[in-house]
Design a protein around this ligand. Sequence first.
Ligand SMILES: *[C@@H]1O[C@H](CO)[C@@H](O)[C@H](O)[C@H]1NC(C)=O
Ligand SMILES: *[C@@H]1O[C@H](CO)[C@@H](O)[C@H](O)[C@H]1NC(C)=O
Ligand SMILES: *[C@@H]1O[C@H](CO)[C@@H](O)[C@H](O)[C@H]1NC(C)=O
Ligand SMILES: *[C@@H]1O[C@H](CO)[C@@H](O)[C@H](O)[C@H]1NC(C)=O
Ligand SMILES: *[C@@H]1O[C@H](CO)[C@@H](O)[C@H](O)[C@H]1NC(C)=O
Ligand SMILES: [Ca+2]
Ligand SMILES: [Zn+2]
Ligand SMILES: [Zn+2]
Length: 490
Amino acid sequence: MQVLLCLVCAFDLFGQHYSLPLPLGDDGMVHPTKPAQNDLSLATKYLQQFYSFQADSAGRKRRSRPSFSSKLKNMQGFFGLNGTGTLNADTLAVMRTPRCGVSDVEDYSHRRGNRWKKNIITYGVGRYTNDLPVNAVDDLISSALDVWAKASPLTFLRSYSHQADIMVEFVGKEHGDFFPFDGPDGTLAHAFGPGEGIGGDVHFDEAEVWTAGYNGFNLYVVAAHEFGHALGLKHSQLPESVMYPTYKRRKTHNLLSSEDIININTLYGPRDKRPYPSSRFSWSNPSTPWYSGSYFPVSFKDTCNPHLKFDAVTTVGDAIFFFRDNYMWIKHNDQKDIKEGPISNFMPKIDCHIDAAYWVPQRSTAYLFNGTTFWTVKGSQVKGRAKNISSLGFPSWVQQVDAAVHIHKTVHTLFFTQHQYWRYNEHNKNMTDSIPRNISDDFPEISGPISAAIYKDGYLHFFIGSDVYKYDIKQKEIIGTDKTTSWLGC
Ligand SMILES: *[C@@H]1O[C@H](CO)[C@@H](O)[C@H](O)[C@H]1NC(C)=O
Ligand SMILES: *[C@@H]1O[C@H](CO)[C@@H](O)[C@H](O)[C@H]1NC(C)=O
Ligand SMILES: *[C@@H]1O[C@H](CO)[C@@H](O)[C@H](O)[C@H]1NC(C)=O
Ligand SMILES: *[C@@H]1O[C@H](CO)[C@@H](O)[C@H](O)[C@H]1NC(C)=O
Ligand SMILES: *[C@@H]1O[C@H](CO)[C@@H](O)[C@H](O)[C@H]1NC(C)=O
Ligand SMILES: [Ca+2]
Ligand SMILES: [Zn+2]
Ligand SMILES: [Zn+2]
């Protein structure tokens, strides 16, 4: 939240009297000409906003703060200009270039850990721009996030709640965060570093003309820059870096410079390299230290083992989460690569195997089960304490759930236990029947125990051992069979 702190201190000076070096005439008197005054006030505002310049206020010692000239030298140094400390045409030209609203002298380093402490980050779009169709905005935003996802172990999940980690908003002038926008040009957007609440949020100035092309400001390019801040990156002095503060037309492929990739990897580790076809690692040896204790996922060596069985699988928004032992994979519909790692990398409070998992889209909430315990997970945050499955209405003799799936066209969640299943009404929050039903009666051709189940694209998918059955509920028949590994792209 350094952005907030630093700009708030500039804010408390608004309206005060500044003493600034003004141009002197031959007679030694100040003769401010109109353009020079404008330039000076532009430069003052610029240095206040982006170089934490604090003009001397009445009653303070003049030397107690870095002078205008030394801040100007900092700015000139940042942009590779001649560091004269005086306002010249080159310097003013840079100051007039449309840019990001975040300071260039953020006092935090990549190493100090201003980062998300998790690898799944949710994002949402609040207010849209009128400049582009909604689906174009969604595409440009998700492509801009994908730029960072491809270079890191991060996964971005679309959330339709207003409490996503990264909330994107198109707003004008005053918009409730002390950093009002300034109309066309000037500041284009700003973002807050990782954190709770406003942390991670990205605001675009709705006064700009946002486009998907070369005219106006390209939303994809500006969004990729702002998401860099939302992930904890600061401005770069290298013009080829996407984190360079002023707006430039850029080629839209390979947006990241090598410096950007190094910086994001310093914060979150390298992107996962997979698959590893070798099977040096054995499932049955849980003491193998494939979890090194760092935040960064290490690849599960056996991903493409043909006998791969999942403990639990669930859809979560556009993604599918697969669980095996203390490990998980996340496959995102829109992103080609699969993220993987110890479960605790993604959900720090959970460090055990998951028997069953399901997701209720209406609540954007997932439920993960281990024995008689279950957790409620929203975004990738575990909410509240683990609960006992008896609170769902299971009798005490049910000690474990094999698989769970919520069919969002109905109110029902199905819980599979051995050869039987239970129907839970998510609306009334109680079991629909007092005794379990037989799986084979209602799902001919399917016999328990079921390892995992999901409901996707109108079909149930039963994971049984290393096979997956695509099941048509209406016709009550299997309409396709797959291997589990094909779901992980093997
Ligand atoms: C930088 O400024 C100095 C002094 O004003 C001048 O002598 C020099 O030529 C300038 N260099 C450039 C690259 O503009
Ligand atoms: C999860 O279940 C296993 C046994 O199935 C048990 O050993 C472990 O303690 C459980 N973990 C939690 C956090 O309940
Ligand atoms: C959950 O409740 C059941 C009975 O109601 C009990 O047998 C079981 O031990 C409880 N589980 C946990 C983790 O407390
Ligand atoms: C479930 O809850 C609803 C509403 O609270 C109630 O009408 C219904 O009878 C309950 N069903 C069972 C089986 O307890
Ligand atoms: C399930 O099947 C068993 C016999 O295999 C039968 O006794 C039982 O009544 C069936 N349960 C239901 C709910 O139909
Ligand atoms: Ca603006
Ligand atoms: Zn920026
Ligand atoms: Zn804002």
